[in-house]
Each structure stands twice: as structure tokens, then as C-alpha cells.
Ligand binder design. Structure first.
Ligand code: DGP
Length: 122
């Protein structure tokens, strides 16, 4: 299946500087910023700068340089936000069943409170 990237999505606008963001980290291929509607004391979104819809799209088609940079950026944010000691969760929603609202790959990094079980019962 192909992935159609919509360059009018809100994170594309953030990457173009059309909408402000609370930046945590910027690297060559990644941007990390605070979620506008935080669901935990730490709630950071990490996105690649390239036009990838979701994690599987990225993992299947991004260059090795992008994958390394993005993965290291996630690691750096975890270090900067000191999430390892108390525990944390990373979430990458995709598509309809995953209830992905913004169609540009983003990993949520959540920490700072007990986060409950992984999934709510449907
Ligand atoms: P998801 O459901 O995984 O697509 O989550 C999208 C997240 O994006 C959600 O937690 C709220 C956040 N969000 C939506 N619009 C903005 C925005 O304009 N700025 C920031 N920083 N976050 C946003």
C-alpha cells in the first residue's frame, strides 16, 4: 500500500515555521517539541523532518541517515527529560484504528506520572 503525505498537516506547518512550537531538541533530521495538550507532566512529540505519514512508512522508506538521526533524537530527548528512572511510555499511533490525528509520524514520549495499562478495554 502507498502512503499519501498531506503537506498541509499541522506538523508540516510546524516544520515550515508557519506555526510556533515549544522545541525540546532539533537535529538534522528530527524535531522534538512539547505536545500542545499534554497528558502527563512530560509529553514530548518527536517527528522526522521528512514527509513520513507513520512509523511503518518511515521504517520502510527512510534513509539510514534519517533513521539513525531520528532514533538518536528520541534517545536524546529521553535523556534530556530524564524519563528512564521513573519509567515512561512511547506511543506511535497510526491510521484509523490507532486513532492517529496528525498524519505526520510522531512518537509520543510520556512520563512523570503512573500511566496505567497499555490499552484501554474497547
Ligand atoms: P495523535 O493522536 O497520535 O495523532 O496525536 C496528535 C498529538 O498532537 C495530540 O497529542 C495533540 C498534539 N497536537 C495537535 N496539534 C498540535 C499543535 O499545533 N502543536 C503541538 N505542539 N501539538 C499538537
Amino acid at each position: 500500500m502507498g502512503y499519501a503525505y498531506d503537506d498541509q498537516n499541522i506538523f508540516a506547518k510546524i516544520l515550515r515555521g508557519e506555526i510556533p512550537n515549544d522545541t525540546v531538541l532539533e537535529t538534522g533530521h528530527a524535531l522534538a517539541f512539547r505536545d500542545l495538550y499534554p497528558q502527563a507532566p512530560v509529553h514530548v512529540l518527536v517527528i522526522p523532518k521528512g514527509p513520513y505519514v507513520c512509523y511503518d512508512h518511515f521504517a520502510q522508506t527512510a534513509s539510514e541517515a534519517e533513521i539513525v538521526d531520528y532514533t538518536r533524537a528520541i534517545g536524546k530527548v529521553c535523556e534530556m527529560e530524564d524519563v528512564a528512572a521513573g519509567g515512561f511510555r512511547m506511543i506511535a499511533n497510526a491510521g484509523e484504528a490507532g486513532v492517529q490525528e496528525v498524519p505526520h509520524l510522531h512518537v509520543h514520549i510520556l512520563a512523570g506520572r503512573p500511566l496505567g495499562r497499555m490499552l484501554q478495554q474497547a
